[in-house]
Design a protein around this ligand. Structure first.
Ligand code: 0RA
Length: 664
């Protein structure tokens, strides 16, 4: 049972409810919610407010507090925000906004600060003038952060005075008090996440927070956002820190994302304005790659599943470019129709809208549903593009030529893709010859190991549990899909084998490129490579393929990386495996010296039994599940790692030298 389900069950017991049937544990009665007063309820069911109590939820706390400061900035009241990760993993955020009001709240009879901090959903109620757009995943209010912290201190600089209040698990320790005078304005919040709630970890990732702050600075130009990590020092003995500031917003964001790709046109095409009262910002550029790169945001939240703003963007782009291309006569010789996708090959674009009452839909609630947004974005894009094409005829021609090439490539690729699909229809006999399948029929119980090379494949074949573990050996370095045209990808033997072995098909009624996971034959797909530089390169190639061509497989949590050990430490009949240098030394010490150490350079050096014991046996192995924490940043990392330019890749690898661990 998950932690979450356990908490639900405990809560229900306390409330005198029966333990619900598995899978229905979210359906408690409305009365039981009311019985638990706001903050109690947050602590009882944190996932309802912040998504989960793992790493994501932990970082979400920071985003929640920073969102409030960003709201101040969007109202024009604040231009500087700082985030500090303290030594004990508490977080301090500071802004130079108006400061949370401290006067007595008429209805509640306590300071407004206390109301904001301790009442669920009180966040924006005081401030009707400001344009508050927080919503969706975020925007649950800073009181939620307070409820989930074992300690929080709020300090407000306002009207010449410094005010302060502290809390434990959301309960105030004393009434708001004045602790001094000030000439500054703003709000400072320091919170320490409660480790009884975040039982997995309370360790913050600097990278994750820094990526989000960078993203926020592009999405909110003119705001200076800094982040400091007081747990780490750089070469000069100073705390690791970065400051983000963007003058041009999305325009710069697009340049940053496409930093390692070669631009096809002179400048980033962009616009910013209001359409039907909806603030819309768009920036786009074409590069010489074959991938489509669209990112969309609603109220600063990345809408991974897209929605009406994105479909508005696509529609505006297709209609405008189609109209221009038709008029140019350049399409006359083409023997087939150009279609939507053709206009988006090599396109990197960002759409950001601010919606007062966003409706979020979809599996992860990151798909915008508001109908009115579609035409607003579509109009904005049409106007922006029409102007650009008129003013830059050379670029316009380049774009149309690219579209024609894309259409031709698609035409060629569709045959290769059909082959992949047709093969899958005849499952069973249609499986690749290299696949050693398992006997279990229920995909939920089945695992597919993708193994580098035939020899390691052989060991894995002998070591596995044949009931539920299947092996597919991949030959050497698989195709780098980042640099290959689509039809090359679908013609590649190794890639075709992966499609057929997995049983996934391409193309649904709605979308010719969408992945169909209905017939997925294994719910765990495990990449198992050597623990060396070559191995991690192959791992990256496979991940790049999954990220570009089977992203849904990653997003639905099916992709894992196996972690073979690095060392075998032996003394007499005693032996233990080590996964790091530190572990190796600790074991050697516990054996009090005189040990023999074997460094495993590849899977091939282990025998079948060792491979099973350390890497494949579910009881002892560690699988790293691949998640996409930040799709925008992941895209950038892949294009850099797998693209043409060498220097940035070398930088990245040097920085991550221990084990080039891509943060997907
Ligand atoms: C409620 C009302 C006002 C400001 C804020 C909240 C506020 C909240 C946070 C959280 C972090 N930084 C913040 N800054 C401001 C408006 C106050 C007014 O009308 O002066």
């Amino acid at each position: 049972m998950s932690e979450e389900a356990k908490k639900d069950e405990e809560a229900n017991k306390e409330e005198g409810l029966n333990t619900p049937v598995e899978g229905q544990n979210k359906k408690y009665s409305a009365d039981s919610i009311q019985a638990l007063e706001g903050m109690e309820h947050v602590r009882m069911r944190p996932s309802m407010y912040i998504g989960d109590v793992g790493v994501r939820g932990l970082h979400h706390l920071v985003y929640e507090v920073v969102d409030n400061s960003i709201d101040e900035a969007m109202g024009g009241h604040c231009d500087t925000i700082s985030v500090v990760i303290n030594e004990d993993n508490s977080i301090t955020t500071r802004d130079n906004g108006r400061g949370i009001p401290v006067d007595i709240h008429k209805k509640e009879g306590v300071s407004a600060l206390e109301v904001v901090m301790t009442k669920i959903g009180a966040g924006g109620k005081f401030d009707k003038d400001s344009y508050k757009v927080s919503g969706g995943l975020h925007g649950v209010g800073v009181s939620v952060v307070n409820a989930l912290s074992d300690h929080l201190r709020a300090t407000v600089h306002r009207d010449g005075k410094i005010w302060e209040q502290e809390y434990e698990r959301g309960k105030s320790l004393y009434p708001v008090k004045s602790i001094g005078e000030t000439t500054e304005r703003g709000t400072i919040v320091t919170f320490h996440p409660d480790n009884t709630i975040f039982s997995q970890t309370i360790e913050y990732s600097y990278e994750t927070l820094a990526n989000r702050m960078r993203e926020l600075s592009y999405l909110n130009k003119g705001v200076t956002i800094s982040i400091t990590d007081r747990r780490q020092k750089d070469d000069k003995g100073e705390f690791v820190t970065e400051t983000f500031y963007s003058d041009e917003g999305l325009k710069e964001f697009v340049r940053f994302l496409d930093g390692t790709r070669e631009a096809l046109i002179q400048s980033v095409i962009s616009m910013e304005g209001q359409k039907n009262d909806i603030p819309v910002e768009v920036a786009m550029i074409y590069n010489n790659s074959y991938t489509e790169n669209l990112h969309s945001y609603v109220n600063n939240i990345n809408t991974h599943e897209g929605g009406t703003h994105l479909s508005g963007f696509r529609r505006g782009l297709t209609t405008t470019l189609k109209k221009y291309a038709d008029a140019s006569g350049m399409l006359d010789k083409l023997k087939f129709e150009v279609q939507g996708d053709d206009f988006r090959e090599g396109l990197t674009a960002i759409v950001s809208v601010k919606v007062a009452e966003p409706q979020f839909e979809g599996q992860t609630k990151t798909k915008l549903g508001n109908r009115e947004v579609s035409s607003a974005v579509s109009q904005a894009v049409s106007e922006m593009l029409t102007n650009y094409l008129e003013e830059h005829p050379d670029d316009a021609k380049t774009i149309v030529q690219k579209v024609i090439l894309a259409a031709q490539a698609r035409h060629a690729a569709s045959k290769a893709r059909e082959m992949v699909q047709r093969k899958n229809v005849m499952s069973g006999s249609g499986l690749p010859g290299k696949l050693t399948d398992c006997s279990e029929q229920d995909p939920a119980k089945c695992e597919l190991f993708l193994v580098e090379g035939d020899s390691a494949g052989g060991t894995a074949k002998m070591g596995r549990d044949r009931n539920f573990q299947a092996i597919l050996p991949l030959r050497g370095k698989i195709l780098n899909v980042e640099k290959a045209m689509q039809h090359k990808v679908f013609e590649n033997e190794e890639i075709k084998n992966m499609y057929t072995a997995l049983g996934v098909t391409i193309g649904t009624e709605e979308d010719s490129k969408a992945l169909n996971l209905e017939k997925l034959r294994y719910h765990k797909v495990v990449i198992m490579c050597d623990a060396d530089v070559d191995g991690s390169h192959i791992e990256t190639l496979i991940l790049t393929f999954f990220f570009r061509y089977m992203r849904e497989l990653i997003e639905s949590g099916h992709v894992y990386i196996a972690t073979p050990p690095l060392y075998l430490v032996k003394k007499g009949s005693k032996k233990r495996y080590a996964w790091s240098d530190k572990e190796r030394d600790e074991i050697a010490q516990s054996y009090s010296g005189g040990v023999s150490i074997q460094r495993y350079k590849g899977l091939g050096e282990m025998n079948a039994e060792q491979l099973w014991d350390t890497t494949m046996n579910p009881e002892f192995r560690t699988l790293r599940q691949i998640t996409i924490d930040n799709a925008t940043e992941t895209d950038r990392v892949f294009s850099m790692l797998m693209g043409d330019e060498v220097p940035p890749r070398r930088d990245f690898i040097e920085k991550n030298a221990v084990y080039a661990n891509i943060d997907v």
